[in-house]
Design a protein around this ligand. Structure first.
Ligand SMILES: [Ca+2]
Length: 250
């Protein structure tokens, strides 16, 4: 049957006659198709499927890699004793920091050392909810040198140079509105405000309109900043230190 199909498929093709090189002229010869031969269509389909199956067979190279023969990890877990070496007991580094502190540098007055009866008062309007207060029973003080007898001492480590100090203070009237500020061993400056009964930033003498609360440090390093009594009943809430003369607290 495949012969019959192949024969049919060749109808119309040029066939070499007896190797002469001349194609058969179908018009002057007997018909090459025998109409009496019936073509089995089912067989033709089978033939085509056979051809396709043979053409599209899987020709991929099989995987010939060697199987994985590595051994599993059977090492024992680390059961050695913990490190019991001595702790570092060397002296603390007290050198000058390599980097300058933030500018402005804020200090909460209640975080310092209270001296001479300076007392803490809780107040929701205060920065950090507290401030250091000179008791109303304290004596007024206007010596202006050394250290205010009622004070808070705030430790700071600063580079040398000129520093401008702002104090967020609390006052209660004309006889209760002045304080002193200065670094340990240096000059003190008296400052006040006439804007009483509130927290207010003050950065200059003379009711906030005089000379700046300005200090020049000849050397760098740790030191104490004093804020203390001028008048009784005055409070120190927060301090800001800056090297920028034009800076003002927000
Ligand atoms: Ca405070």
């Amino acid at each position: 049957m495949r012969f019959a199909i192949a024969f049919v498929l060749c109808v119309g093709c040029a066939i070499d006659r007896a190797g002469t090189g001349d194609p058969i002229d179908f018009e002057d010869g007997a018909p090459l198709v025998d109409s009496s031969v019936a073509i089995d269509s089912a067989a033709e389909d089978t033939f085509r499927e056979d051809v396709l199956v043979e053409t599209e067979a899987d020709t991929a190279t099989p995987d010939s890699a060697a199987p994985d023969t590595a051994k599993p990890d059977t090492a024992a877990p680390d059961t050695g004793p913990p490190d019991t070496g001595p702790a570092d007991t060397g002296p603390l580094d007290t050198g000058t920091p390599d980097t300058a502190p933030p500018d402005p540098l804020y200090l909460e007055c209640e975080s310092g050392t209270l001296v001479g009866g300076m007392a803490l008062i809780a107040d929701a309007a205060a920065s950090n909810g507290q401030y250091a207060n000179v008791p109303s029973t304290s004596m007024p003080w206007s010596v202006g040198t050394g250290a205010p007898p009622v004070r808070v001492e705030l430790p700071v480590t600063l580079p040398a140079g000129t520093w401008y100090v702002w104090v967020r203070m609390y006052t209660r009237g004309g006889d209760s509105d002045a304080m002193y500020v200065g670094f340990e061993g240096g000059p003190l400056r008296r400052f006040y405000t006439v804007d009483w009964n509130k927290f207010i930033w003050v950065g200059a003498e003379g009711g906030g309109a005089g000379a700046r609360l300005e200090f020049t440090l000849a050397t760098a390093g740790p030191r104490k900043l004093y804020v203390g009594v001028g008048d009784p009943g005055t409070g120190c809430d927060r301090v800001a230190l800056t090297r920028t003369a034009t800076w003002t607290p927000p």
